[in-house]
Design a protein around this ligand. Sequence first.
Ligand code: ADP
Length: 260
Amino acid sequence: MSPTDGATSSGVGEPLLTVRGLRKSFGDNTVLRSVDLTVERGRVLALIGPSGSGKTTALRCLNGLETADGGTITVGDDVRLDFASAPSPRALATLRDCSAMVFQHYNLFPHKTVLENVLEGPVVVQRRPVADVTREALGLLERVGLSEKRDAYPFELSGGQQQRVGIVRALALRPRLLLFDEPTSALDPELVGDVLGLIKELALEGWTMVIVTHELQFAREVAHEVAFVDGGTIVEHGDPAQVLRAPQHERTQQFLRRLL
Ligand code: ADP
């Protein structure tokens, strides 16, 4: 399935996602101090940074799974949320509709089959016709080599297979933006390559993506831009080769040194 709002449609090079001054606290723990980022249509942004720096929270705010306390999120020309005041449930639903999330632990419904997991969002939430969605879902499962598992339950699949279902489930929502939260960090090492390969294919097809990842080699290969997050703010961002090989900021240098 081709990207819903990616590089292959009009508007290449225009921002699809713009975030300004995003703030989020849990009680007195300020997790996002002020996050600014822009992702153009058909481009891939990788978020890297130490554990606890706010990457997942930022992603969840983009998807409306968490409600930011301040700042703005704009998607395309038509969706703009200003968190200076609490957004209405309707505005949050509009934001949620823009993107689909792929989770670290897959988050499949354990009591539903593979196909039922994929159909749930498009049919129940988006109220699209079952026959159309089923046809599309079967095509997507075939693409990722899981046609034969359509009636299996998540516990019958390997982690890599579950994550491929997680990606198919996200694609079936026809989102404008794909969000990945450490999509391979729960996988056994030998299963990581398949999932990263699939994400790379989607990037080459022109899907617009934000990926939280510890896979720096993957970020270098696939992302158009890398942002280093620390202490709830983006400390440094830019071309992957530059940020990962010759970081300007001391905190980025320290983080990368620890990983080498
Ligand atoms: P990262 O993805 O960079 O590891 P997170 O966004 O997961 O960072 O977490 C940042 C901080 O926010 C941590 O201190 C974490 O404990 C806190 N946090 C995240 N989600 C919640 C929540 N739902 N309730 C309370 N604290 C949270």
